[in-house]
Design a binder for this molecule. Structure first.
Ligand code: FIX
Ligand code: ZN
Length: 689
């Protein structure tokens, strides 16, 4: 394979000198230097210094000089250099005049170009990243390209059309715009960029990777030092954020087994770039026009069209406190659920399957989880178009994990899924969740172990009291008072709340325990969660998937709220139509806090409408969501979906607010989002977040 090395220079002789010195140290024998025509006489003078350096370096390296007479700009220079190099080479390395190669740069690039010569999914080999990974020599793959010292092959470049407008149109037509990282999504809407007025060539090539689902290889530590952020460059600002320590490690680097994106590194890289990428493209004076930069300037009032950007930025970077789940720490193997088989066995999908397939529920529940997952996949994902919330949820997880659905058979998808090997920690990170509240039933001997032995601080205890009202034998037999029993639970397990699920409070009036429970909770200042309106076992054959909708009389809740002003009630309901009534109650009583969208109401259409209603009636006096996740991977789609609904609803409200003349700052939005997703739930539950 013939590999050409092109260095681009323009008006920075000192930087250029360092770059060439870096290349010489790496013992490279031949390079080409491309110089754009000077824009004015000052630049002409700088260019003559560059030429004299080239002459000086002659003995150490053979340099082919290619100069333009006219000034064409950076984009032309890069594209022209690549085109010229590909006339005689199969692959090229491109280095701009502020990217100083570090020890091992060329070895890494040569080796990688050879290794992935026929792996078309990898479009570029890059050498700079900001992650500074410790204790690893393994290269990794990301979706996002970085233009500081990189390489590609002729066959991949040949397919590329650098016209940014066409590129963005294609991303639109394939529904990929919304999937772009936030900063890139914003650049797609920037008029200057769209009209080709910004001289940024690398955006098109970056987009080409997303368009083709292609990947970029990165070394574990940066092999380029970018010395251009000293204010001298045409295109970038003065900053230290891109500085990386030169931590060359002598061990040879290794390659990942799978040609798949490294999800955790991707996440870290995106977080960094959302805040900083604009600094690599635009000079200071121009930055005000480029939306992401304003993020750094909290003193500005936000214009109408920046609301979405900021909301998205804050909502997706805030780590969630999830106040109601059915998740358990991985240490408890029989309870910790993860992976495709568990996901397909989710009772939401089982109900969907049983109600359309005609499959006998009895037979269904006699099958193994694996077999059930398979028939669910065949029925709901292959035979039908998976449009429901739960089926699409599975596809969203697959998409996040880079597993191609493409109507593949269950076995193929499962094989891909199992290669994933994501840890509990990885899933928390990917979904942006930091703490979850478990649902713990102290009357179940198996579950009791979890509450007793859990030391994982991310999982908080909540005590489910349903069995106290249904199956109270222990109290009769052992003559233990509810009061004493609950006090013991509180002392030993420190629950963040107690909870009951009910149809219409029948259980509560039947036993006298309810008052006892409230008394203890009052004393210890612990909230009671009430999940209202569920009719259990509507179809017993469906087992866990057989619960349905009850008929709640919200007046019963009203009485409880009135009679117990010193208790705090976290309330959610199962019937769409009850939402309005409980909103009214939440305006009349300060001891009720409405939260989330329970179970059947956890649908896009209901969430958006009810959230609007809540804002209109309660301002911010509610907790936006809980996931109810049972399989840890579900956190990914459930919270991603909800975050998007939240942005959609709130951006419209904030815009209405601006229309009244109210002025809002980015930091106000940030505070509000934090309050909703972290502060308020944590405070209510006494969680130190
Ligand atoms: O009672 C509950 O907490 C319910 O959320 C569950 O029992 C139900 O099965 C569920 O998973 C709903 O999302
Ligand atoms: Zn639940």
């Amino acid at each position: 394979m013939r590999i050409g090395t092109a260095v681009l220079a323009y008006n920075r002789p000192k930087h250029f000198k360092k770059v060439i010195e870096g290349i010489i140290k790496e013992k490279v024998k031949n390079i080409s230097v491309y110089i754009d025509g000077p824009e004015n006489s000052i630049i002409e003078r700088e260019q003559s210094k560059i030429i004299s350096y080239i002459k000086k370096f002659k003995k150490k390296i053979s340099i082919k000089l290619i100069r333009q007479n006219k000034n064409h700009g950076l984009a032309f220079s890069v594209l022209n250099a690549i085109k010229t190099e590909f006339k005689t080479n199969d692959a090229i390395i491109l280095i701009e005049d502020d990217c100083v190669p570090q020890k091992g740069f060329f070895k890494y690039i040569y080796k990688s170009l050879k290794k992935y010569k026929n792996e078309k999914k990898i479009k570029s080999i890059c050498s700079y990243n900001n992650l500074n990974l410790k204790n690893t020599n393994k290269t990794f793959l990301l979706k996002r390209f970085n233009p500081w010292g990189w390489a590609t092959w002729r066959d991949r470049w040949k397919e590329f059309n650098p016209d940014i407008k066409i590129m963005i149109e294609q991303l639109h037509s394939l529904g990929k715009i919304n999937k772009l990282p936030l900063d890139l999504k914003i650049y797609c809407k920037n008029n200057n960029i769209l009209q080709g007025k910004e001289d940024i060539w690398s955006l098109s090539w970056t987009f080409a990777h997303y368009l083709d689902d292609a990947l970029v290889l990165y070394p574990p530590y940066s092999l380029i030092k970018n010395i251009g952020f000293d204010g001298s460059g045409i295109h970038c600002t003065k900053t230290k954020v891109f500085d990386v320590s030169n931590n060359y490690r002598s061990k040879t680097i290794s390659y990942p087994k799978k040609t798949n994106v490294n999800l955790i590194n991707e996440l870290k890289n995106e977080n960094f770039l959302v805040q900083n990428s604009s600094k690599t493209f635009f000079k200071n004076k121009k930055l005000d026009n480029i939306q992401p930069y304003n993020l750094l300037r909290n003193t500005n009032y936000l214009p109408y069209d920046q609301i979405n950007y900021y909301l998205e930025r804050f909502v997706f970077s805030t780590k969630i406190v999830d106040i109601h789940t059915h998740l358990y720490p991985s240490k408890f193997k029989n309870f910790y659920k993860t992976g495709l088989i568990e996901l397909l066995n989710y009772h939401y999908l089982a109900a969907e399957f049983l109600s359309v397939s005609g499959f006998s529920p009895k037979k269904f529940y006699n099958l193994t989880n694996l077999k059930r997952a398979k028939i669910i996949w065949n029925e709901l994902f292959l035979k039908r178009i998976p449009l429901s919330t739960s089926t699409m949820g599975i596809l969203k997880i697959l998409e996040k994990y880079e597993i191609k659905y493409e109507k593949n058979s269950f076995n193929e998808i499962l094989k891909e899924f199992n290669k994933n090997n994501l840890s509990e920690n990885d899933i928390f990170n990917i979904s942006g969740v930091k703490e979850v509240v478990m649902t713990n039933n102290p009357f179940d001997k198996m579950e009791e172990k979890i509450i007793q032995q859990n030391s994982d601080k991310r999982y908080k205890v909540s005590i489910r009291l349903d069995d106290l009202f249904k199956n109270n034998k222990i109290f009769f037999k052992k003559k233990v008072s509810v009061d004493k029993y609950l006090q013991r639970l509180i002392k030993n397990y420190k629950p963040v709340y107690f909870a009951i699920s009910t149809n219409n409070f029948e259980e509560l009036s039947f036993k006298n325990y309810f008052d006892d429970v409230l008394k203890v909770l009052r004393r210890f200042n612990i909230p009671l969660m009430i999940l209202m309106g569920v009719k259990r076992n509507v179809n017993t054959n469906y087992k866990l998937a057989g619960d349905g909708l009850g008929k709640l009389n919200v007046d019963n809740l009203e009485i409880i709220l009135r009679n117990n002003p010193k208790n705090v009630f976290l309330v959610s309901c199962l019937d769409y139509s009850d939402h309005f009534r409980i909103n009214v109650l939440a305006r009349k009583f300060s001891n009720i806090k409405i939260f989330g969208y329970w179970w059947f109401t956890n649908q896009e259409s209901i969430i958006k409408n009810v959230m609007r209603l809540r804002i209109e009636m309660l301002n911010d006096n509610f907790i936006p969501q809980h996931s109810d996740a049972r399989v840890i991977d579900q956190l990914i789609y459930k919270w991603n979906d909800f975050r998007n609904y939240y942005i959609d609803v709130y951006s419209k409200k904030y815009k209405q607010l601006i229309e009244t003349g109210y002025r809002i700052k980015a930091e106000d939005l940030e505070k509000n989002v934090y309050n909703h997703f972290v502060e308020k739930p944590a405070k209510l539950l006494g969680i130190k977040s």
